[in-house]
Design a protein around this ligand. Structure first.
Ligand code: ZN
Length: 259
């Protein structure tokens, strides 16, 4: 209770401070989606970044120097996911570890005990149920700067965090408010996932990256990347999936327009 009071007071102070000009420049350079957001969403994103940067513990690994550019770029990408949610700062997440490039770790079991790893040995990111998010800075930059390729490691890993908020398990089913939403979600995503698995087995490329065929959890993370990076393609090619993601994220990125 007292902790919450101090936290809320600190947040109010943070949110009362002006958004640093240098940070806005960083977002404009490193997060392409910024150029499509309207003024309200830009303000929401800035508020998210102010709190998120201040509240998380950030650590550079393998010689990466932790700078405001790294923190702000990651925060702004992650904030895109929750623009429709109201104040939400991934409270359970405390630590973000950033490597300069893809990093090598000993092999870990996929999805065991709530861990989701992105490759067997060389990784570009991972997210833990009650642990850190780990990211490769080179992929973070590419993910944010190139907006239309459907790949964004920050969106991917933070989608896993949203997935794991509900029941601690990454199973591709995030928290949905109503029974109706849950039923529709399950019908639409099961069908789209099975289609992706079939197309991938047959060696065909689709709008969704074949990595999503690994599991329902990866499907949700890959679909999220596509939803934010190629929303108009998704709206056209996979309208049902687009619609349920609009419902969950409470956003319509297909309506974003360049400004
Ligand atoms: Zn993943």
């Amino acid at each position: 209770m007292i902790f919450t009071w101090f936290r809320d007071r600190r947040r109010r102070r943070l949110l009362a401070s002006p958004f640093p000009v240098e940070w806005e420049r960083t977002i404009a350079e490193n997060v392409r989606a910024w150029h499509w957001l309207d003024d309200d969403d830009r303000e929401r994103l800035q508020r998210f970044v102010l709190v998120f940067v201040a509240e998380k513990y950030w650590e550079g690994c393998n010689g990466l120097e932790m700078t405001d550019e790294v923190r702000v770029t990651i925060a702004a990408n992650a904030g895109l996911l929750v623009l429709g949610f109201g104040p939400f700062y991934f409270e359970r997440l405390q630590t973000i570890l950033v490597y300069p490039d893809r990093y090598v770790v000993k092999s870990q079991q996929h999805l065991a005990g709530g861990v989701v790893s992105e490759s067997r040995d060389v990784r570009l990111g991972e997210a833990w149920t009650r642990g850190p998010v780990v990211l490769a800075w080179k992929d973070v930059l590419e993910g944010g700067q190139v907006h239309d390729d459907g790949r964004n490691v920050v969106l991917h890993e933070f989608a896993h965090l949203l997935d794991m908020l509900f029941g601690d398990l990454a199973d591709g089913v995030p928290y949905l408010e109503s029974e109706h939403e849950r039923v529709t979600w399950s019908e639409v995503t099961d069908r789209a996932y099975r289609n992706l698995v079939r197309e991938t087995r047959q060696g065909r490329r689709t709008l969704l990256d074949s990595y999503g065929a690994k599991s329902e959890a990866e499907f949700f993370a890959v679909a999220t990347e596509c939803f934010f990076e190629r929303p108009r393609n998704m709206e056209r090619e996979l309208p049902d999936l687009y619609a349920v993601l609009c419902g969950f994220y409470r956003q319509r990125p297909g309506d974003w327009s360049p400004r």
